[in-house]
Design a binder for this molecule. Structure first.
Ligand code: F6R
Length: 353
């Protein structure tokens, strides 16, 4: 049942600390120096092609960024567009990210990869699913059952599992020592976001907006896309996610005082500084700005509202800003009286291409 929550979606958002503990259990050590994901950790891909759909595609974009940062060529493909990709070569690995393990587009891309001779890995929540039976390897995200049509805790599980995968197969001990403690802190950090979020009030204030924009850079870019997808799926309102740097190349033309902009700003480095610059651009067009931030930059100075997250490693911060955006989507939809767990026209598992 819904254990006292009004919707499965809200229950599942709140289950994220537990789901992540489960994902990390016995896979990272206390010293933060090693990762154990069984035989998947023995892979040493020369390059990676990620294939996925929807929310899982946003996880794929994040995963590709992790490997690229580690110096390994990696690219995320929408599964339905995989056919035009260059064929995998050498020790390239094709990674299907699919919560259900049954998504037709993703299965079909994985089959195409096999036909081209590539090794395949399924990153999934579902033991015994078609993806796990057909792939050479499986990495389980261990999120527990997800009933709400909108993927929430499984997206968090995908990001965490992709971190484990990159740390085990591509990254050095120094990176492990900085990322593992941040992963271990995630359940507590997410709990603190859940306990202190003011997303409900912000959602109430802007539920009638014309359109919602989400902007972010680097690891926050897939989160911006995900924030927009979640909002449109369950609220039926128009929402778009952009790489913050792309705003001025077109979408800025749409920005008015009727388009709240959620800006994801983490840390106080170059990336944050540039996103703060983008905040100033939309502020000058009178858009209401919500900064989702750890407070390290001066983003708050230019924002109308702040959704706070604890300071952590930028890779882990993506899961925290995402929780704030999940809550925004949930509360906007709830204010509009939408049937949150069963949005119109959508199914939990899409088994047609
Ligand atoms: C979004 C959502 C969909 C799925 C997509 C892929 O909330 O649920 O976009 O992410 O249909 O599903 P899986 O991960 O099962 O392959």
């Amino acid at each position: 049942g819904k254990s006292g929550y009004d919707h499965y979606m809200l229950k599942e958002i709140n289950e994220q600390p537990r789901a992540l503990r489960q994902c990390l259990r016995a896979r990272v050590d206390e010293l933060g120096s090693s990762v154990d994901i069984d035989t998947v950790g023995d892979l040493s891909p020369s390059g990676l092609q990620f294939v996925a759909c929807g929310t899982s595609y946003h996880a794929a974009l994040y995963g590709a960024r992790l490997f690229e940062q580690a110096g390994i060529p990696a690219r995320a493909y929408l599964a339905s567009e995989y056919a035009t990709s260059p064929p995998p070569i050498g020790d390239d690995l094709v990674v299907g990210i699919t919560q259900s393990g049954e998504t037709a587009d993703t299965l079909s891309a994985l089959r195409e990869a096999k036909r081209r001779g590539a090794e395949t890995l399924a990153v999934t929540n579902t033991v015994g699913s078609t993806a796990t039976r057909e792939c050479d390897h499986a990495l389980y995200i261990r999120s527990g059952p997800e009933i709400g049509v909108a993927a929430t805790k499984t997206f968090a599980g995908q990001l965490a599992a992709l971190n484990l995968f990159a740390l085990a197969t591509a990254e050095d001990s120094q990176t492990r020592r900085s990322v593992i403690p941040a992963l271990r802190d995630l359940p507590g950090d997410i709990q603190s976001v859940l306990d202190n979020s003011t997303a409900a009030e912000i959602a109430e204030q802007y539920a009638d907006a014309e359109s919602f924009f989400f902007i972010g850079r680097r690891y926050q870019y897939p989160v911006a896309l995900e924030g927009a997808l979640k909002l449109k799926e369950i609220s039926y309102e128009h929402a778009e996610g952009f790489a913050a740097g792309e705003l001025k190349h077109g979408p800025l033309a749409l920005v008015t005082d009727q388009t709240p902009v959620f800006a994801l700003v983490v840390g106080d480095g170059e990336i944050a500084r540039k996103t703060v610059g983008n905040i100033k651009e939309v502020e000058a067009r009178d858009a209401p700005v919500v900064a989702v931030t750890d407070g390290q930059s001066d983003a708050e100075l230019y924002a109308d509202h702040v959704l706070e997250i604890p300071e952590t490693h930028p890779r882990a911060a993506a899961l925290l800003t995402n929780v704030q955006l999940q809550l925004v989507a949930y509360h906007v939809a709830n204010n509009l009286g939408r049937p949150i767990d069963k949005p119109r026209n959508l199914a939990k598992s899409v088994t047609v291409e």
